[in-house]
Design a protein around this ligand. Structure first.
Ligand code: SAH
Length: 468
């Protein structure tokens, strides 16, 4: 290890920053957020820096740096863009046995300012020992996503309970076990979700042996249209902590693969030749599992509140007073249109968009066709493949132009995505001899013509092993 990572308490301590412009300002902001008293020295100090340090116990010294500026400081930052000034500051600091950070010159100094992820009081610091700062920053971006913003709240709350937990569990292993349980459970979830009062209550209950937490929780989570990269951070987090997962046909295998490995997986969806659970039984099963104290993930394709029956499933839970959370997902219309290069609205084409169910019932679809006939709107039909001929015909009958462009998107956002396009008049013929795999989405409107220019996604289908 070239450098020892260390967190410094700088509250009320003097820190010298040599330099008066952007780079100096960035460092000054950090130092001030850690409570330091900053002494800025530079012949020319920018207005933003002057403004920023206006209040508080800071010093702005408008002249060239001299080594006496280092009197009574704890730390030195050389933040000019002049190599010789930075070099002089650095060597003076070392002579005085002070730590010095040289911006953009790690090898000149002996302290590094890391890239940080700030969820105070939790702070993650990252460094590449000055060798690849951009790489450290890229890594930080990835970690940003993995550390939910509520982490700070959770840490604050844990801090509050620390002494009580210590008093109750004398043995360090028991303490650790308690924290692991609490920080991976409903209390943590409540804190991350912003409900501190509830989190505090659960933590207090967990501590109190007599009030054991017996009720589980249900997470109704949108798994998005297929590409696992389109999951939200929250979805992924809940997927990784669930005890049991109820999923259906629409959730892509790549998404299912991201659920916690030792969770029980229950298939409840409809698929040809496979028995599906009636909706009522799913609702009841969610409630039953949660009552057993389990963390139940109800994983749905797309967004649970868009043609997902998510509302029905949680109604049962409300009736039984079972706690739940709903996590939105990217709905098929959004995912498919992005990955097919078809903006759903566009100033020159469509001022509104409608999400419509195209589900056939007894050979017809009961919809307000007249409302959908005007040309300045995009229509997106879910569950519409079987009804496609009816949809096209009804729209034409009610006055939508027969040359209105139509796209059919198969397995959008996945590596099996395929898109066929035509018009209200031709699309049925276009797909007549195609082997189409569900799910498919139908997009109707002149925005479809933009795909010619905007198509960017090139799926790389895996070779089908059955075809040798
Ligand atoms: N809750 C889901 C929709 C469920 S209805 C959502 O928000 O996306 C099921 C219909 O969604 C399918 O019949 C199909 O029309 C559409 N669908 C879902 N995922 C899709 C995908 N990856 N590609 C194309 N259509 C999709």
């Amino acid at each position: 290890m070239d450098y020892l990572p260390l967190f410094l308490d700088l509250k009320g301590q003097n820190v010298l920053v040599v330099g008066g412009h952007d780079i100096a300002l960035r460092k000054v902001r950090l130092l001030v957020s850690a409570g330091a008293s900053v002494r800025v020295v530079a012949p020319d100090i920018c207005d933003d820096l002057i403004d920023f340090l206006r209040d508080g116990s800071h010093q702005l010294i408008h002249r060239a740096y001299t080594s006496a500026d280092m009197n009574d400081v704890k730390l030195v930052i050389a933040a000019t863009d002049l190599a010789d000034v930075n070099g002089e500051v650095s060597s003076d600091a070392k002579t005085r046995n002070l730590f010095v950070n040289v911006v953009d010159g790690a090898d000149q100094g002996n302290a590094i300012m890391p890239a940080i992820i700030d969820r105070s009081p939790v702070v993650v610091a990252l460094s590449s020992a000055g060798k690849a700062p951009v790489l450290a920053r890229l890594l930080r971006t990835r970690l940003e996503g993995m550390v939910p913003h509520g982490y700070g709240r959770l840490a604050e709350l844990s801090g509050k309970f620390r002494d009580k937990v210590k008093a109750q569990f004398k043995n360090i292993n028991d303490r650790r076990y308690f924290w692991e349980k609490v920080l991976g459970g409903p209390a943590a979830e409540a804190a991350l979700g912003g409900n501190i009062a509830k989190a505090e209550q659960i933590m207090a209950d967990e501590l109190d042996n007599h009030k054991e937490q017996t009720l589980g929780e249900v997470y109704l989570v949108g798994g998005g249209p297929g590409d696992p990269d389109l999951l939200t951070f929250k979805a992924l987090r809940l997927m990784q902590q669930a005890d049991v997962v109820l999923y259906d046909r629409l959730v892509s295998p790549d998404v299912i693969a991201l659920c916690r490995r030792d969770a029980d997986m229950i298939y409840v969806g409809k698929r040809r030749n496979r028995h599906a659970l009636p909706q009522d039984d799913i609702n009841q099963l969610l409630a039953k599992l949660a009552k057993e104290g389990r963390r139940v993930l109800r994983l749905k394709g797309g967004d649970p509140f868009i043609f997902g029956r998510g509302g029905e499933e949680i109604e049962t839970l409300t009736a039984e007073q079972i706690p739940f959370q709903v996590v939105p997902g990217i709905t098929a219309a959004s995912g498919c249109s992005s990955y097919a290069g078809i903006p759903l609205t566009h100033r020159d084409h469509a001022q509104s968009v409608r999400f419509v169910t195209g589900h056939l019932k007894d050979g017809s679809i009961d919809l307000h066709w007249q409302d959908m006939a005007s040309g300045n709107q995009t229509l997106v039909f879910y569950m519409g493949l079987l009804g496609l001929p009816v949809i096209c015909q009804r729209l034409i009958d009610h006055g939508r132009l027969s040359n209105t462009p139509v796209a059919l998107v198969q397995q959008g956002t996945t590596q099996n995505q395929k898109v066929w396009s035509g018009t209200l008049e031709t699309i049925v013929d276009v797909i007549k001899n195609e082997e189409i795999k569900p799910p498919t989405l139908i997009i109707v409107g002149s925005v479809v013509s933009l795909r010619e220019k905007l198509n960017w996604f090139q799926p790389q289908p895996e070779p089908n092993p059955e075809q040798g």
